[in-house]
Design a protein around this ligand. Structure first.
Ligand SMILES: Nc1ncnc2c1ncn2[C@@H]1O[C@H](COP(=O)(O)OP(=O)(O)O)[C@@H](O)[C@H]1O
Ligand SMILES: [Mg+2]
Length: 306
């Protein structure tokens, strides 16, 4: 659905996006994760044909974002919720959608139907005649989402759609995104919320001007070493603690009746820990491995690339 090859953007002396390549498949929720100034918004704006690129190539559904004729077609295939939601404050919710629908040449009957469908989906139908300026942040975000959908695009670009929302509103928007995926839409999501990315994205690209990593949330977290071995015992006593210390693990902690041990080479070290604990009278109930979470993986990937 999206094919990006060696895409770059330079503003004067600032390189905002440096030689980035990736693909997004149809039906996927793809998350672009990165710190402020990483180039996330710039990338979305290039993909939506709003700004020109400095190098490389980006295609949407096979169409070239740099080609004038193609970009007119691309605009009809995509919906965008920009970082600054940008609604017409004095227009009613319904008129905001109608205006955009006309702009995207969505036929009148289809427009009417979609305005109703999406305002209902966002829980705003009852408020359709109120000016957007009266809406709360969460309601504006939902209205912007409805606006992005009014011309039936298959591909949605969402630029930090839950930033500045309270947890309840953010959750609602996340659930709506998942619902849109169920309807077969492809979603490109900019976020700096790791938890959000982990929860809803099928794949994540970590951007910091360059693309540092790209994978499923699971693979990203397990690609980072530093997992812990968790040994759960019936109970922990002094003798077991001493037995463990004798093996000099670089770092370990105790949580209830579990040892959490940093291991570099689990295949070699785990049996040694288990043997020592058993010899000290320990009843081993479980031996598991806890992977670092996405936050740890993200921080490590970003740090390693500084
Ligand atoms: N129109 C512009 N003119 C000059 N510099 C820009 C412009 N837009 C973005 N930048 C710069 O490009 C970099 C990436 O910005 P942006 O894409 O907004 O990052 P993000 O969305 O990840 O926070 C930043 O250094 C920013 O200052
Ligand atoms: Mg941004």
């Amino acid at each position: 659905m999206i094919e990006v090859n060696n895409l770059s953007k330079v503003f004067g002396r600032v390189t905002a996006v440096d030689n980035v390549s990736f693909n997004v498949a149809k039906g996927e929720i793809f998350g672009f994760l990165g710190p402020n100034g990483a180039g996330k918004t710039t990338t979305i704006r290039m993909l939506c044909c709003l700004i020109s690129k400095s190098g490389g190539e980006a295609r949407i559904a096979g169409l070239n974002t740099s080609d004038a004729a193609d970009s007119l077609q691309i605009r009809k295939l995509i919906g965008l919720v920009p970082d600054n939601v940008g609604l017409y404050e004095e227009l009613s919710a319904s008129d905001n959608l109608d205006f955009y629908g006309k702009l995207y040449e969505c036929p009148a009957d289809r427009r009417k139907e979609n305005i109703e469908t999406y305002l209902k989906m966002m829980g705003l139908w009852e408020k359709r005649d109120q000016p957007a300026g009266d809406f709360s942040k969460g309601m504006k975000q939902k209205l912007a989402l409805a606006r992005a959908l009014v011309h039936d695009p298959g591909l949605l670009f969402l630029d930090e759609p839950t930033a500045n929302l309270d947890p309840e509103a953010a959750r609602l928007v996340r659930n709506l995104i998942l619902e849109l995926k169920q309807q077969g839409k492809t979603i490109f999501l900019n976020t700096h919320d790791l938890d959000e990315a982990q929860r809803i994205c099928d794949r994540i690209g970590i951007l910091s001007t360059k693309l540092l990593a790209i994978n499923t949330p699971e693979e990203l977290t397990s690609s980072v070493p530093g997992g812990k071995t968790v040994i759960q015992l019936e109970r922990i006593d002094e003798a077991m603690l001493n037995a463990l210390k004798k093996l000099k693990p670089p770092n370990f902690s105790i949580e209830e009746n579990r040892f959490l041990i940093d291991v570099a080479d689990p295949q070699k070290e785990n049996p040694e820990y288990v043997r020592a604990l058993v010899a000290a009278g320990g009843n081993v109930q479980f031996v598991t491995r806890s992977n670092p979470d996405l936050e740890e993986a993200y921080l490590k990937i970003v740090r390693d690339n500084r």
